[in-house]
Ligand binder design. Structure first.
Ligand code: HEC
Length: 105
């Protein structure tokens, strides 16, 4: 066997396991969050989604107005989210309308 043939053979053998892996169909899990559009959504998008995905919000489930108000305040106080009082109110109403449980407290 010539040295060239040896090189080609070892290269092919080395590449085989990698090719076997690529043959498998790679599926990236797709998580569809049911994001509800509507009045105030742009404000949420502009103020909340700069740091994390909408999943953080939706994963809380349906909650009271006080809960959402508290979360918005937490973002402002603890994480320094630059949200104006006006926007905070719009977001609170949006979250309570779409992800609220009907209770004020
Ligand atoms: C400045 C960055 C920033 C902005 C802007 C921001 N958040 Fe967060 N948020 C965070 C961080 C950091 C966490 C905690 C992440 C962790 O614990 O892994 C978080 C977590 C959360 C959680 C999960 C529950 C909890 O108490 O930790 C919710 C709900 C949430 N954010 C809602 C919002 C909403 C609603 C807005 C818009 C009003 C918003 N966030 C804007 C940084 C931000």
């Amino acid at each position: 066997m010539t040295i060239i043939k040896k090189i080609i053979l070892t290269t092919l053998l080395a590449a085989t396991p990698m090719m076997a892996q690529v043959k498998e169909k790679i599926e990236v899990p797709y998580v569809a969050f049911p994001v509800k559009m509507g009045k105030g959504f742009e404000t949420v998008q502009a103020n909340c989604l700069m740091c994390h995905s909408f999943g953080y919000i939706i994963n809380q489930g349906r909650q009271s107005r006080a809960f959402w108000k508290g979360k918005i305040q937490k973002m402002i106080v603890h994480f320094k989210a630059p949200i104006t009082d006006k926007d905070a109110k719009i977001i609170e109403n949006y979250l309570f309308t779409h992800y609220g449980n009907g209770k004020e407290k």
